[in-house]
Write a protein that binds this ligand. Sequence first.
Ligand code: C5P
Length: 238
Amino acid sequence: MDNPLIIALDFATGNDTRKFLERFGDRKLFLKVGMELFYQEGPSVIQMVKESGHNIFLDLKLHDIPNTVKSAMKNLARLECDLVNVHAAGGKEMMQAALEGLDAGTSAGRKRPDCIAVTQLTSTSETQMNNDQRIPGSLAESVFHYARLAQNAGLEGVVCSAWEAAAIRSQLGSDFYTVTPGIRMSTDNIQDQKRVATPQLAKELGVSAIVVGRSITRAEDPLKSYEHWMKIWGGKHQ
Ligand code: C5P
């Protein structure tokens, strides 16, 4: 993974997505397709994005019994995305089953999609984690625990906030990806996110990839905004 800036395509329809992508001409992007778009359009939206040569992170955050996750991942592997994910809270066995499913669904000679685990959502605060999930201790401890579990299960990395990325990197190695949403310029509205960081800080903390949604997708001029973000993030165009 070449330190991409991943744009979250949080749009309601394929049409809105197409209109958004038209602004970017022939630039090759790393795009995240999440639940909203995938549940509306289905696999055809992946086909549409792939036809333009973009890289895809399919962010469906699977969390179910191991057998179901394995079968679902087998089907998702056939879409030939670059990156998929699960919730680490599903446990080690579930994460291993996800990899088995991906291997089974990847055609011979092709690389299976990388798989990362969501630790604690960047919209979750420590108080919410303590009270709602009944996980005692600090948020950082929970994130490290899940990151270690994901690495033991054989996954390629985690989704976490930039704040936890440096410690994960130093403890689990720089080959283990840290993909970080909740990234905002200091002048941006943080909306529903809680553990936010600026792209400058994310870079200093050594995160592998940043995920940027509304700051680019809802900008008055998304292309201008993307170019500005890329200048600061310094990632390569895909
Ligand atoms: O608009 P914004 O930049 O907040 O978008 C962040 C994107 O990253 C959303 O698509 C959200 O679903 C996703 N995400 C997140 N926190 C996680 C995992 C994914 O915000 N832990």
